[in-house]
Design a protein around this ligand. Structure first.
Ligand code: COA
Length: 434
C-alpha cells in the first residue's frame, strides 16, 4: 500500500495513542535526547488507566513523570542506567535498576525482558516510507523490531541520520506528529583538572587511532588536546558537540579506519542544535544498533582502537567503580566494559582502554583512588580487564602488572594529600616499605 495512505491512517493524537498501552505490559521508550517526550508525558498523564506497566530505558533526560510517588501500582520504572531524573526514585525504592552491558540490552528485549510496546521518536518518512531514528538508534531500533505495538512521535526537527537506523511506516502502529526541538545536552564545564587529564590521555593517542569517548567533561577535555593529531577515526557509543569541532579542525578524517573507513560510527548522539545540524543528512555519520556498535567483537576489528571513559572510584588493585557510590546507584555500566574488552581484544594488538578521572571528589575532600571500594559498591571494570588509569597527576598502566606494582602506580597518580594514607595501606598489605 502507498505509504502516504498508510501514514494518514495511522495518524492520531498523543492522548489517543497512549490508550493502546495495555495493563500488565512492558514499555520501552527511546532515551537521552531522542526521548519522545510528548508521548511519554501523555502516558504519564493517562497513568490512572494502567495497572502494572513497566517503563524501561537507559539515559533519563525528560520529565521522568513515571517515577512520581503517585504512579505506584500504575507505572514503574526499570532503569538499565540511572540519570539525574531517576536517581532519587531508584535509590528510594520507587524504581528498579537492572544491570546489563549496553551491547546486550537488545538481547534482553528478546529474552528476559520481552517488549510489548516501543515508544520511539523518528523523522518524517522519506520517499520510500522510511523514517530515521535520528539520534537514538541504540536499543530503540531493536526494541521497535521486537515490540508488539510501536507508537512513534514523528518530529520534523529530528535529524535524518544514515546507517541501520530506519523503520518503515508499515511497521509503526500509531503516529503522533510533533514539531519540537530535541532535548539538548548542556556543554560540560572544563576546568584545569579536566584539562590536565585531557592532556595526559591525549599523550596516549597516536595518529591514525580510532576513538571511543564517553560522556562529560573529561572526554570533551581530551578532544581539546587532539587538534594536532592526524587521521583520527571515530567508532563510539555516543558523541557530542566536541567531535564536531575536532572534525572541523581536520584531525578526524576516518581515513585510516579498518572498519567503516571514511565514516564516523556511533549508536546514539547527545548534544546541542549544533550537533544535530552537523549530523543531519551527513553521509559521513552512520548510526547502528548497540548490539552491533558496542559488541566487543565489532570493536576489536578497529585498528589502534582507544576507549576513554570515566570512574567514581578505583581501588589499589585496579578495580573500577563507575556507577555507584556505596549502595547508591549513580549511573550504570553503560558501554564502559564493552569498550574496555573490545579494545583489549583488538585484532592488531594495539588497542588501549583508558579510565580517566579527577584524583579527588567532593571538592577535594575524598580521594577517588582508595584502598577498598566503598562498602556496598560494585565493580564496573574488573581488575582483570583494566588497562590505563589516568588522573591529572599522570598515567598508570596496570596491564601485566602484579598487585604490588599496581598499588605503586596508582598511589603515584593519587592526589598528593592522600598519598601518605595510601602508602600506609601499601605497607600493611604487602608487608614491605613503599
Ligand atoms: N565518593 C563520593 N562522591 C563522589 C565520588 C566518590 N568516590 N566520585 C564522584 N563523586 C561525586 C562527585 O563529587 C560529583 O558530585 P558533585 O557534582 O556534587 O561534585 C558526582 O559524584 C559526580 O561525579 P563526576 O565524576 O563529576 O561524574 P561525571 O558526571 O563525570 O560521570 C561517571 C562520571 C563515572 C559517573 C560516568 O562517566 C558514568 O556513568 N560512567 C559509566 C558508564 C560509562 O562509562 N559509559 C561509557 C560510554 S558513554
Amino acid at each position: 500500500m502507498d505509504y502516504k495512505k498508510l501514514y494518514k491512517e495511522k495518524l492520531t493524537t498523543a492522548q489517543e495513542a497512549v490508550k493502546h498501552i495495555p495493563s500488565n505490559s512492558r514499555v520501552v521508550t527511546a532515551h537521552a535526547t531522542g526521548e519522545p517526550t510528548v508521548i511519554v508525558d501523555a502516558m504519564v498523564d493517562n497513568y490512572l488507566q494502567y495497572e502494572n506497566v513497566e517503563i524501561v530505558h537507559l539515559v533519563a533526560m525528560g520529565n521522568c513523570g513515571y517515577v512520581r510517588p503517585e504512579m505506584k501500582g500504575h507505572l514503574r520504572h526499570n532503569a538499565i542506567f540511572v540519570g539525574a531524573g531517576t536517581r532519587e526514585a531508584v535509590n528510594d525504592g520507587r524504581a528498579d535498576f537492572t544491570p546489563s552491558f549496553f551491547y546486550q540490552v537488545p538481547k534482553l528485549f528478546k529474552t528476559a525482558l520481552p517488549v510489548d510496546v516501543a515508544m520511539i521518536q523518528v523523522t518524517p518518512p522519506d520517499e520510500n516510507g522510511n523514517c530515521s531514528f535520528g539520534v537514538s538508534c541504540d536499543f530503540t531500533k531493536p526494541a521497535a523490531d521486537a515490540a508488539k505495538i510501536v507508537i512513534a512521535q514523528v518530529n520534523d526537527q529530528m535529524p535524518y541520520i544514515y546507517g541501520d537506523n530506519f523503520i518503515n511506516i508499515k511497521d509503526i502502529d500509531y503516529i503522533v506528529e510533533v514539531s519540537k526541538p530535541l532535548l539538548e545536552l548542556k556543554p560540560p564545564t572544563i576546568g584545569d583538572v579536566e584539562k590536565a587529564i585531557g592532556e595526559n590521555c591525549a599523550s596516549l593517542v597516536e595518529d591514525g587511532s580510532t576513538l571511543q569517548l564517553g560522556i562529560g567533561a573529561i572526554p570533551d577535555a581530551v578532544l581539546l588536546f587532539l587538534k594536532d593529531k592526524k587521521d583520527l577515526g571515530i567508532h563510539t557509543e555516543m558523541f557530542s558537540d566536541g567531535i564536531v569541532d575536532l572534525y572541523n579542525s581536520g584531525a578526524i578524517n576516518n581515513s585510516k579506519k579498518s572498519l567503516h573507513a571514511g565514516k564516523m560510527i556511533a549508536t546514539f548522539l547527545m548534544g546541542s542544535q549544533k550537533l544535530y545540524d552537523f549530523v543531519n543528512k551527513n553521509e559521513i555519520v552512520e548510526l547502528y544498533p548497540v548490539d552491533y556498535v558496542n559488541d566487543p567483537i565489532t570493536i576489536m576489528k578497529n585498528s589502534k582502537m582507544i576507549s576513554i571513559n570515566s570512574a567514581l572510584q578505583v581501588d589499589l588493585m585496579g578495580q573500577v567503580c563507575a556507577e555507584a557510590i556505596g549502595l547508591k546507584q549513580f549511573s550504570g555500566v553503560g558501554g564502559q566494559v564493552d569498550y574496555v574488552r573490545g579494545t583489549s581484544m583488538s585484532a592488531d594488538g594495539q588497542g588501549k582502554s583508558i579510565i580517566a578521572m579527577p584524583s579527588t571528589a567532593s571538592k577535594g575532600k575524598l580521594s577517588r583512588i582508595v584502598p577498598f571500594l566503598d562498602h556496598g559498591s560494585c565493580v564496573t571494570t574488573s581488575r582483570t580487564d583494566v588497562q590505563y588509569i589516568v588522573t591529572e597527576y599522570g598515567i598508570a598502566n596496570l596491564r601485566g602488572k602484579n598487585l604490588k606494582q599496581r598499588a605503586k602506580e596508582l598511589i603515584n597518580i593519587a592526589h598528593p594529600d592522600f598519598r601518605d594514607e595510601l602508602k600506609k595501606e601499601y605497607v600493611l598489605r604487602f608487608k614491605e616499605d613503599f
